[in-house]
Design a protein around this ligand. Structure first.
Ligand SMILES: [Zn+2]
Ligand SMILES: [Zn+2]
Length: 177
């Protein structure tokens, strides 16, 4: 009655940890991009870029702010927003609006298309490969003689941890009766 189903077969989470070389590479690309446009490579821009590039997560401005503060760097949120805009323009960061009332940012090292599973309770964002779906979408677009440029796949619901917490609560409630 709780609608619990076994984990979906074939689900694949993309790597969560980014190696230092990848972070370095993105950072170099960002600096090159700024240089080519004669834009200043400020320390604050660099710090924001590093904070985003060091994770494969989907960070809010608040999370970036906290991360920088934790490392002892004082960067204001307005500066973080502006730096993120530049990173998005440079094509190195993707901005997401998951309908939470704020945006989240992720580095664009993952060339492969992926979808997002967004937990409405704890806010966890899980990525999954959309390879099979890409093929299906290409066929659908063909059928309609539609030139497909882009799409986004977002599933909203409850993550496994939150569902398990629910089930645990139901079991505990059952025991006390
Ligand atoms: Zn959750
Ligand atoms: Zn993602």
């Amino acid at each position: 009655m709780t609608g619990v189903s076994p984990p979906t077969a074939g689900r694949r989470s993309l790597a969560n940890r980014i190696d230092a070389a990848t972070t370095r590479q993105l950072l170099d690309r960002f600096r090159d991009w700024l240089r080519e446009r004669h834009l200043p490579i400020t320390r604050q821009r660099d710090l924001v870029a590093q904070a985003v590039f060091a994770t494969s997560g989907h960070l809010s401005v608040d999370a970036i702010h906290r991360r920088l503060r934790g490392l002892g760097h004082k960067v204001g949120t307005a500066t973080i927003y502006r730096s993120l805009d530049v990173l998005v323009q440079a094509g190195l960061v993707r901005a997401h609006d998951f309908g939470e009332g704020y945006r989240r940012y992720e580095p664009m090292f993952s060339a492969g298309q992926h979808g997002h599973l967004i937990c409405g309770r704890c806010g966890t964002v899980t990525e999954f490969s959309t390879d099979r779906m890409e093929r299906a979408l290409a066929l659908i677009a063909d059928e309609h003689e539609f030139h497909h440029q882009r799409h986004r796949v977002e599933l909203h619901g409850l993550c496994r941890a939150c569902r398990e917490a629910d089930i645990g609560a139901i079991v505990r409630a059952g025991r006390t009766r």
